[in-house]
Design a protein around this ligand. Structure first.
Ligand code: NAD
Length: 450
């Protein structure tokens, strides 16, 4: 099938490359000419494990190309994805200008029947608005489908190839047939011997959940909001553990053993960040509010998260008896989570800004995100970027562990002690064993563990 992908960011590039990998011909479009030039030269503008190989083999096979020319790309495609950014407005609502602009551009370009698939995360009702603006721009026939994206940065290729579900919001049969054909290489491969028993499904395949457009748009927000709620809930449980002398690791193991709860997303930390959870929780609160529905739980989830983002700073400040002036804090990990270079709403940003405001210096290290961190933070006195984890420790008064990259999991503690001025660790991800650390001479802080 010939596919055009409008927006070549984390979602568009991964989806475009993976669609090419399952046999489609994909043209990725972006307004960012620099990004497209890099991709045309075979350079990948983001860090996502495995993506470079998928892009390269499909580029070489001639199934994946890149352009800034939306019109030509759309005219060659039967299905056109919209995968552009939907950042948040100051009031928390989702900014869908990029989506509507892309829709107008697509409408202006189409010369034949086209299936327009929205993959961007958008408030309920956006598919209807896309339909309306495309209708105003063309006399040709077209369908609009909602196909929200559930990939996790850091494991995005695997998520595309082995999805938990593919959600299709569709209200005409012709478009539904195209969607089934588009994803057939994945859905057929997943269940070669047919539909497993007990799977609830409305479509022809258990992985393809076909539903109305409003439900498809909402289920993306509902999923992210649920995950954000689990994170805030566990951060609250961790604080209670600290109050009563319990161990959150034991508590979460017992909770996760309950099949109704499951073990995922039960680790306390520094609060959720990234390009999706903060903005999607805010957007859901906002569009529910516009329909006079006060989403009380999510408001609390946001409050807990905002407080949690301060937690590590407060721990550090308390340890140093209320003054961080001229202290140096080493920071391991800047990205909002491991295996990505994405710095959008990363908890490290708030921590670094607070440390600097308090008069401290920071020595920071991240395996992939340093360049993005530098552009987010801008030029600032007091921040030193280092090339290795251990050089960040040199002469520092303490280490704050912010992102749980694999390379931080089993450090040489004796070497850490030697590099640090004082052997103190603030572990914002509960990565290390408290007793082991103490046995090796470290003063060790974590979250909800004694
Ligand atoms: P991104 O910022 O990485 O990429 C968006 C791209 O769209 C940019 O390269 C931008 O230049 C381009 N763009 C903007 N307007 C355009 C236009 N009119 N025409 C062509 N290109 C245009 O964003 P992302 O992280 O890929 O997210 C895209 C959407 O997917 C968002 O709605 C997001 O909420 C959703 N989503 C993201 C993730 C994730 O993990 N990043 C997961 C699921 C869903």
């Amino acid at each position: 099938m010939n596919v055009a992908m409008i927006g070549t960011g984390y979602v568009g590039l991964v989806t475009g490359a993976c669609l090419a990998d399952i046999g489609h011909h994909v043209i990725c479009v972006d307004t960012n000419a620099r990004k497209i030039r890099r991709l045309q030269d075979g350079r990948i503008p983001i860090y996502e494990p495995g993506l470079n190989k998928v892009v390269e083999r499909n580029r070489q096979a001639g199934r994946l190309t890149f352009t800034t020319d939306l019109t030509t790309a759309v005219q060659q495609a039967i299905v056109v994805f919209i995968a552009v950014g939907t950042p948040r407005h100051e009031d928390g609502s989702a900014d869908i200008c990029n989506v509507l602009q892309a829709a107008i551009d697509i409408g202006t370009a189409i010369t034949d029947y086209t299936v327009i698939i929205n993959k961007s995360t958008v408030p309920v009702g956006t598919v209807a608005r896309i339909r309306s603006v495309v209708n105003d721009s063309t006399t040709k026939s077209f369908s609009v489908v909602s196909n929200p994206e559930f990939l996790k940065q850091g494991d995005a290729i695997n998520d595309f190839m082995h999805p938990d579900r593919i959600v299709i919001g569709v209200d005409d049969d012709r478009a539904a047939d195209y969607m089934r054909e588009l994803y057939a290489p994945i859905t057929v491969a997943q269940w070669p011997s047919g539909r497993p028993g007990g799977q609830e499904s409305w479509g022809s395949d258990p992985l393809l959940l076909e539903m109305d457009c409003a439900s498809a748009e909402l289920c993306k927000y509902a999923s992210n909001a649920m995950l954000a709620t689990r994170i805030s809930f566990m951060n609250e449980i961790a604080h209670v553990c600290d109050c009563v002398g319990a161990d959150v690791d034991q508590v979460r193991l017992a909770m996760g053993a309950d099949r109704r709860i499951g073990p995922e997303f039960l680790r306390p930390g520094l609060g959720y960040g990234g390009s999706c959870f903060p903005k999607d929780v805010a957007a859901l609160v906002s569009f529910a509010g516009k329909k006079d529905y006060n989403f009380r739980i999510l408001r609390a989830v946001e409050r807990v998260n905002n407080r949690q983002k301060r937690f590590l700073f407060d721990q550090i400040l308390n340890h140093f008896k209320g003054s961080l002036f001229e202290r140096t804090i080493a920071i391991w990990g800047l990205a909002f989570k491991p295996n990505t270079d994405d710095m959008r709403e990363a908890p490290s940003i708030a921590l670094i800004k607070r440390l600097l405001t308090a008069g401290a210096y920071v020595r920071v290290y991240d395996p992939q995100a340093a360049a993005n961190a530098e552009s987010v933070l801008g030029p600032r006195d007091g921040v030193t970027y280092t090339d290795t984890a251990f050089s960040a420790l040199t002469g520092a008064d303490a280490l704050a562990l912010v992102t749980e990259w694999e390379e931080f999991r089993a450090p040489n503690v004796a070497r850490m002690r030697d590099a640090l001025k004082t052997p103190v660790i603030f572990d914002g991800r509960n990565l290390y064993n408290p007793q082991d650390m103490r046995d090796q001479g470290m003063t060790y802080y974590s979250i909800g563990r004694q």
